[in-house]
Design a protein around this ligand. Sequence first.
Ligand code: ATP
Ligand code: MG
Length: 447
Amino acid sequence: MRLSRYFLPVLKETPSEAQIVSHRYMLRAGMIKQASAGIYSWLPLGYKVLRNIERIVHEEQVRAGHIPMLMPTLQSADLWRESGRYDDYGEEMLRISDRHGRDMLYGPTNEELITDIFRSHVSSYRDLPLTLYHIQWKFRDEIRPRFGVMRGREFLMKDGYNFDLTKEDALHAYNRHLVSYLRSYERMGLQAIPMRADGGPIGGDYTHEFLVLAETGESEVFYDSEITDLKFGDREIDYDDVAQCQAVLEEFTSRYARTDETHDAALFDKVPEARRRSARGIEVGQIFYFGTKYSEAMGANVQGPDGKSVPVHMGSHGIGVSRLLGAIIEASHDEKGIIWPEGVTPFHVGIVNLKTGDAEADAACESLYKSFTALGLEPLYDDTNERAGGKFATMDLIGLPWRITVGPRGLKNGVVELTSRRTGESEELPPEQAVARITAIYGLASA
Ligand code: ATP
Ligand code: MG
């Protein structure tokens, strides 16, 4: 993308309504614009990152054997009356009536709708196990929408639902979700710690929340510091291997890590004092096993191997896709702006032309641009006439992990400058080598 043709409405001033750094930077970098309280338009740069996060979530869910689909945002109230949640859900639910006076709602979650789909089409244990998921906009009329996309009213969520014959099978599904979530967050450059949580309005006996540690987080958390040393890394996982998935769950949940809702001071005191931490965290996901709560209420039964009809065991599993943009920025920024992890960056590399209009500099930038594009990488080329200082400030603000600076002086010696956004370190090297370096970083072979 050439910046002269892009839509990147960067703000010079710090917007006064933004209280936390991720909200400030998302507004300043022209990623989002508030449409009304807690509801945002996703401008091109923000939309790109949102799609990148979504892609990672999809890839990891499919890898785990879960099946993508799409359910609507608007739902009929009748289904929610069957589960009893139409009245229970309270004022967070946006209720609408259509022209015929039928009660509708904008889905805050989808247990009822998916259970209805299941009971209409599945009747035998032979069709199990089954896990379906979608990534769809939700609406919750939060009493205090704030912090930008962090606590919106309209927000993008991945929600998945497993259907299993037995509790044992459903707990394997729970473990698969835990493993796939650990992988997903790490690919986004995040450490998200599974913590024992509370069932809330969905209810449930087994539930973990995934928390990103950050001072601005809304949750109070307590944990054994050893847990922050755990890395999932690139280990191979066979998602059908029950013991292997269970071992990952045990590895990542055996140390003390709880939110304030389930915090147990006496148990916490058993952690050696030097390792006891209390901090704040951002909830970026949650997994639940809730047994037959919805299947019983809504008659989602299957015929078991013995011919008897039994309600299925279910769980639901959510990732806060749009909230993740805020969480990643909270975890990865400096005083100049955002620092995107390579896994989610909106453009792979920025190209800064120090002297637009200079034939040699223009040609060198064009050549870099074409090389990256041919390799399947997306550069953002600042070909505008802005002065160098302004170009650097914009690149630093929008946080591309790598920048190549091209100017007549360097070109005389056959070099350009490659700069890491994270460390600020720069290196001079011939343009072809800069391309090779960047392609290697993104795991591609250069031509
Ligand atoms: P919270 O406690 O933050 O209100 P929740 O526990 O009610 O969230 P879940 O039902 O577990 O949310 O939804 C799954 C995920 O969706 C959450 O882990 C969170 O990342 C995200 N999420 C929930 N509410 C919002 C919101 N208002 N804005 C943005 N993301 C949200
Ligand atoms: Mg939750």
